[in-house]
Design a protein around this ligand. Structure first.
Ligand code: CTP
Ligand code: MG
Length: 230
């Protein structure tokens, strides 16, 4: 079981309001980008990383790859206007026919065990995503009022990585481009091909660093992980 992974890293981090790409912020003295890259660098099943970067960050990212001796990045591609465009640019450079993962560079806490479970599922079924059951009561709200309470047991919060057969993901991205469909995740593009998508249960720690308070959660997760490895 091997895979390649696309890491979209070309966002501007507007909601983080850090004045720079949030992936350059440090956790325990190391940039978020490197925390995420290391998971894949250290996973023997990963045989290539494709990184989508913003031109403004190119030089800094390259210097970081060198400084932290990241060796598995086989391609740096220019990001696009939206996340989906960044991933499509990266996907066009993929030469293998096996399994491709897409993982937000802003999720540094993904665990190797979950990556492997997901990859195995995608090998079996063609498409698999990771997520967690919703914990809160969920309501549909419109114009400041409740429309209905949505049955919680069937609702999951979906994360990355998402894993696919390369040919399937390429077909999904090409179709989305033709039909000018913009989705908020990769699976939503594959769903439009009517291909089933398997769901693997992940963990609640796999947060995406999005707004400033996420940095406090990140510090807490780092502390918890340090204890786990003691
Ligand atoms: N991303 C990307 N290209 C874009 C937009 C986002 O590669 N045009 C990447 C981000 O770098 C991030 C991931 O997609 O790793 C998830 O996006 P998000 O959390 O929304 O990050 P940003 O777009 O940077 O943040 P914001 O939306 O607050 O500006
Ligand atoms: Mg964004």
């Amino acid at each position: 079981m091997t895979y390649q992974v696309i890491l979209p890293a070309a966002g501007r981090g507007k909601r983080m309001r850090a004045g720079k790409n949030k992936l350059l912020l440090e956790l325990n003295g190391m940039p978020v980008l490197i925390h995420t890259l290391r998971v894949f660098e250290e996973d023997e099943a990963c045989d290539g990383i494709i990184l989508a970067t913003h031109p403004q960050d190119d030089e800094e990212f390259k210097a970081l790859l060198k400084k932290y001796r990241v060796t598995k990045v086989i391609n740096l591609v220019p990001g696009g206007e939206e996340r989906q465009h960044s991933i499509f640019n990266a996907l066009k450079t993929v030469k293998t026919n096996g399994i491709i993962l897409v993982h937000d560079a802003a999720r540094p806490f993904i665990r190797k065990g979950h990556i492997h479970r997901l990859t195995e599922k995608a090998e079996e079924t063609g498409a698999a995503i990771i997520g967690v059951p919703a914990k809160d009561t969920m309501k549909k709200v419109q114009n400041g009022g409740v429309v209905e309470t949505v049955e919680r047991s069937s609702l999951w919060a979906v994360q990355t990585p998402q894993a696919f057969r390369v040919s399937l993901l390429k077909e999904a991205y090409e179709r989305a481009e033709r039909e000018e469909f913009l989705g908020t995740d990769d699976a939503s593009l594959v769903e439009r091909l009517d291909h089933p998508i398997a769901v693997v249960e992940g963990d609640y720690d796999n947060i995406k660093l999005t707004t400033p308070e996420d940095l406090y959660f990140a510090e807490a997760i780092m502390k918890k992980r340090e204890k786990e490895f003691c």
